[in-house]
Design a protein around this ligand. Structure first.
Ligand SMILES: Cc1cc2nc3c(=O)[nH]c(=O)nc-3n(C[C@H](O)[C@H](O)[C@H](O)COP(=O)(O)OP(=O)(O)OC[C@H]3O[C@@H](n4cnc5c(N)ncnc54)[C@H](O)[C@@H]3O)c2cc1C
Length: 293
């Protein structure tokens, strides 16, 4: 599959990697864990630049948020204390569902995001957490919102840059806060047919004051269900409100049919998973779901 590769580079500094990227231009590809790349090799690729020796495998948690290096593996995320205690552990949970142990020991979070699959399991969670990505080239370094990173499926604004790290800002504090990550796959180690992540905080009277809902594999890119969020905020959670939020999600998504599932099934399940996620958030936050009567 890679018999047309002329050179496999293994730089040991970010600067060296960025200079190499510039030198090889469009004929070069970045390789991290290679779990996606190995399926994508195209004959125009002549050079591979291995970024796993740049020292970008770190997780730095602080009161101001969390910064995760691009080559941190799913396995490392899954076991990191800082990630397990961040947002109810939903990022660790998403990482723990990315294929088999063998896959998770190779697959990196940067690769999951940069590959830009709408079904990428960490992407919906990172979107929900308002993550920003740091992109570098030999000429510039910039930090942009993950929401602005994706353009269409499998395309990003990377354009020859290297994704260096992912920054998650400080999250809402205080009580009555809940989080959830839900995934539907054919088997436990399969890619998502649909995934959903939610975060919710209620005030002392049980009124929802902050809510985030993000979904994957139901649109060209991972997406926020903003209409459903708008419907929920400021209201007391009830069965009726949950049902209306689920309906709003089903209207907001635009899934496709493929060999894994039909668009109709994905749409239906997006509503189911969104409601399931919101219920889990409510249970964690200690917020009862009223009958709505
Ligand atoms: C058996 C199997 C099961 C899987 N199951 C799941 C699953 O359940 N959920 C899921 O989300 N994914 C799953 N995947 C997909 C894959 O493992 C993940 O997307 C993984 O995180 C990709 O990371 P990687 O390091 O292997 O990326 P690579 O394959 O090395 O790279 C992927 C793409 O991103 C680019 N790239 C990588 N790192 C960077 C960077 N830092 N900056 C710029 N570009 C970069 C590469 O050039 C390439 O185009 C599965 C894959 C396999 C083979």
């Amino acid at each position: 599959m890679f018999d047309h590769i002329e050179c496999y580079y293994r730089p040991t500094t970010l600067r060296e990697a960025l200079l190499l990227l510039r030198k090889v231009g469009k004929r070069g590809r970045i390789v991290a864990g290679a779990t996606d790349l190995v399926l994508q090799a195209d004959r125009s690729t002549r050079f591979l630049i291995d970024i796993t020796h740049l020292g970008l495998d770190y997780v730095r948690g602080s009161s101001r948020g969390c910064v995760i290096g691009a080559t941190t593996t799913m396995g490392a995320l899954e076991h990191s204390l800082a990630v397990r205690t961040l947002a109810g552990g939903i990022l660790a949970k998403a990482a723990s569902t990315c294929g088999s142990i063998q896959n998770r020991n190779m697959a990196t979070v940067g690769g999951n995001v940069a590959n830009a699959s709408p079904a990428a399991d960490t992407a919906a969670v990172l979107l929900l957490l308002d993550a920003k990505v740091v992109l570098a080239s030999s000429r510039s370094k910039r930090k942009i919102a993950l929401a602005d990173f994706y353009s269409v499926p499998h395309q990003t604004v990377l354009k020859g840059s290297l994704l260096v790290e992912i920054a998650i800002p400080a999250l809402p504090r205080g009580g009555r806060l809940g989080w959830s990550f839900q995934k539907l796959g054919r088997t436990e180690t399969d890619i998502s047919l649909v995934n959903a992540a939610a975060g919710m905080q209620a005030d002392a009277r049980g009124r929802i004051k902050w809510v985030r809902l993000a979904l994957g594999a139901v649109g060209p890119t991972p997406l926020r269900a903003r209409n459903a969020e708008a419907l929920l905020v400021g209201n007391i959670l009830s069965e009726d409100l949950l049902m209306r939020a689920g309906d709003a999600v089903m209207k907001e998504v635009s899934p496709i049919s493929d060999s894994r599932a039909s668009a109709e099934y994905r749409r239906e399940m997006s509503g189911v998973l969104a409601k399931r996620a919101l219920r889990e958030c409510a249970a964690q936050a200690g917020v009862p779901v009223g009958s709505g009567a």
